[in-house]
Design a binder for this molecule. Structure first.
Ligand code: NAD
Length: 270
């Protein structure tokens, strides 16, 4: 079967970009990568080529125009800064082939906030991945001008790299799963900070109820409590509702560098 998308470009190869490069290349796609930090990307690609059975080719570029010029799909995974993303989206639009789809992996910026900087408004969308190995799913969201063809191609590509697409039917902060996870976190944090129950019991209840191996507090420790705090603050800033403000007790853990697994102590000790 001829695939509609054969060549991918990943712009920004940090924590998420690297996972997308690896998964795409393992699934046989040719991947062109560009990051302003050339050295770390170079090391990552040589290590990957040595350690894994990479079926596609990974090509490393030192400038954006070269990295996107043969792409069918470009995934932008640069930092979560709207001005930076708008600038990079407009650069990509100028130099990418006219048929190419441009997607953002942003955790919070809807594609509607980037569409006015591109000409190809029918070929842009959100493809928001979670950790590709632990949580193999991605939220897909469009704007009114994203064509059905673009959306369908994006969806097929996501499925082709063994990731489950979650379709956002109407623009929504937090997409599909981040919004569900956020509701769970918010109340778990309130139960803990209000002294209503111990984290162990909340996690036990969650594991019995869902059959999951990990409870919400164990998951938050894995993600990092600094990351959790920043995300909760972004929901609070968006709504302005005091009920959305993360508890001071969480900020205290962050200030004490008790960030979860990565510092050896968070809600639990490791
Ligand atoms: N970290 C997560 O768990 C997660 C999950 C889902 C989505 N996201 C989203 O993915 C995006 C990237 O997040 P991340 O955690 O991978 O960040 P990161 O900081 O690990 O990586 C960003 C990379 O972009 C590079 N970069 C910066 N400016 C650039 C430019 N102008 N051109 C090319 N490269 C540039 C940086 O050198 C860095 O390697 C963000 O929009 C974030 O919201 C993150």
């Amino acid at each position: 079967m001829v695939r509609e998308i054969n060549t991918i470009s990943v712009i920004g190869a940090g924590y998420m970009g690297k996972q997308i490069i690896e998964r795409s290349a393992l699934c046989g796609y040719n991947v062109h990568a560009y990051d302003v930090s050339f050295e770390s990307l170079n090391e990552f690609i040589s290590e990957l080529n040595k350690s894994k059975d990479i079926k596609g080719e990974i090509i490393h570029h030192n400038n954006l125009p070269e990295a996107v010029k043969n792409a069918d799909l470009i995934i932008e995974t640069i930092p979560e800064n709207i001005e930076l993303k708008r600038d990079v989206f407009s650069q990509i639009d100028e130099v990418a082939p006219p048929h190419a789809i441009i997607a953002t992996n942003s955790s919070s910026i809807p594609i509607s906030k980037l569409e006015d900087v591109v000409e190809r408004k029918d070929k842009v969308m959100n493809i928001h991945f979670y950790h590709l190995i632990n949580w193999p799913m991605a939220d897909l969201m469009k704007i009114t001008q994203t064509s059905d063809e673009t959306f369908e191609k994006g969806k097929k590509w996501v499925e082709s790299i063994d990731i489950t697409p979650l379709i956002v039917k109407k623009e929504c902060y937090g997409f599909v799963f981040n919004r569900i996870w956020r509701a769970i976190k918010k109340d778990c944090l309130k139960i803990w900070s209000g002294g209503h129950a111990d984290v162990e019991d909340v996690d036990k209840a969650w594991k019995i109820f869902t059959g999951s191996d990990e409870g919400p507090f164990e998951m938050m420790d894995k993600i990092g409590l600094d990351v959790i705090y920043d995300i909760e603050m972004s929901y609070f800033k968006k709504s302005g509702d005091q009920d959305d403000k993360p508890p001071d007790a969480l900020k205290e853990l962050v200030d004490k560098e008790q960030l979860g697994r990565k510092t050896g102590k968070g809600f639990y000790e490791y």
